[in-house]
Write a protein that binds this ligand. Structure first.
Ligand SMILES: NC(=O)c1ccc[n+]([C@@H]2O[C@H](COP(=O)([O-])OP(=O)(O)OC[C@H]3O[C@@H](n4cnc5c(N)ncnc54)[C@H](O)[C@@H]3O)[C@@H](O)[C@H]2O)c1
Length: 333
């Protein structure tokens, strides 16, 4: 297939594009290389993709409608996987406008562009933090997500809602993923697993929020990519739910799907896994809960399983060992 991956220089986009190329698909990558974290990491990821047959990369800001239109017109993609975004919960307190530009405006431009260049299936990334603090655990896609705590979550809910409206009005089939804390090699330097490993290997203290009383449903990157691959052919059809737990819209070819490990891990156990993998002990700096953060996440993956027959299963020790091995090799630590 001919597949457009937005955010292809990002952590997840890079892994997805690489796997799609291995499977023999043609992949167009699009990324603005926003300077949220070290652009050298994004450049290194894109260089690896550029070296693979079947890949074509574009540097463009999706919030620029004309630049995006040029890529869509050239690509005529059968499938679009939209991963480009301003990510991060904490940065949303400092630079909220970045979430309007890179999430709301950029996604709006994509939805408008796909009216001219419709795809068989549009898959867009949303987040477990869209659930906020209301719903009971584990989080089910059918639960109301009405308590976003920060501009990241609010902007992602806005993109879900816009995509639903376009799926309804223009019959563009959409699957919106809610990802749960993804980690692994080539990961994001702003995320805890990366910062903890970096600090521990350099003998610096780590900041642990809410005094460690946090739980996350940590999802290993290869599992996430496998789930996305299996969801690509599962195009939502209005009026055809696949299971009682289906989140399929009653009025549009649109569904939400959690992708998580469905096994929440206490943050302190996660840190212990990094300590085992690095062979070093972490110096802990205990801090209160950050504003805008949620204390726990836990994915119900019944719908993912009903759609794909797959459930993420990599445990934290195996996943962290793979990440630490990559990190040491890449940074020479
Ligand atoms: N990593 C996680 O744990 C996680 C969890 C939940 C949701 N998500 C979502 O998954 C997607 C991928 O996340 P990631 O971890 O790979 O993040 P990332 O920051 O590594 O990748 C996102 C990429 O999008 C690009 N980008 C941002 N704005 C753009 C724009 N206007 N035009 C073109 N490109 C732009 C960035 O340069 C970056 O390379 C994002 O939508 C994110 O919100 C990630």
């Amino acid at each position: 297939m001919n597949i457009l991956v937005t955010g292809s220089a990002g952590f997840i986009g890079f892994h997805l594009a690489r796997r799609l190329l291995h499977e023999g698909h043609r992949v167009t990558g699009l990324d603005a290389f926003i300077p949220y974290y070290d652009p050298r990491l994004k450049e290194a990821r894109h260089r690896l993709l550029e070296a693979m047959p079947g890949f074509r990369g574009h540097v463009a800001d999706m919030a620029d409608a004309a630049a995006l239109e040029a890529v869509l017109a050239e690509t005529q993609a059968e499938v679009v996987v939209h991963l480009a975004a301003q990510a991060g919960v904490r940065y949303a307190l400092e630079q909220p406008a970045s979430y309007l530009h890179n999430n709301v405006q950029a996604t709006f431009n994509l939805l408008e562009g796909l009216r001219r260049h419709p795809a068989r299936h549009l898959l867009i990334a949303s987040t477990s933090s869209a659930y906020g603090v209301g719903p009971e655990m584990p989080f089910r896609e059918t639960a109301a997500a009405a308590t976003p705590l920060n501009m990241y979550s609010a902007s992602k809910l806005a993109t879900e809602h816009m995509a639903h409206a376009y799926a309804h009005l223009w019959r563009q089939p959409v699957t919106a993923f809610r990802f749960f804390t993804v980690y692994g090699p080539w990961g994001r330097p702003d995320m805890a697993f990366f910062k903890f490993t970096d600090a521990i290997l350099r003998g610096r203290p780590i900041d642990i929020y809410n005094h460690g009383r946090m739980e996350r449903d940590f999802t290993y990157i290869d599992d996430l990519v496998e789930a996305i691959l299996r969801l690509i052919p599962r195009v939502p059809e209005a009026g055809r739910p696949v299971a009682a737990c289906d989140s399929l819209s009653p009025v549009a070819p649109y569904r939400l799907v959690n992708i998580g490990n469905s096994r929440p891990v206490p943050l302190l156990d996660f840190i212990a896994a990094i300590e085992r993998a690095t062979g070093r002990r972490a110096e802990r700096n205990l801090l209160p809960l950050q504003p805008g953060d949620v204390p726990a996440t836990w994915a119900d993956t019944a719908l993912l399983h009903a759609l794909t027959g797959f459930r993420p299963a990599t445990d934290v020790d195996a996943g962290i060992a793979a990440f630490v091995a990559w990190f040491r090799d890449y940074y020479g630590l």
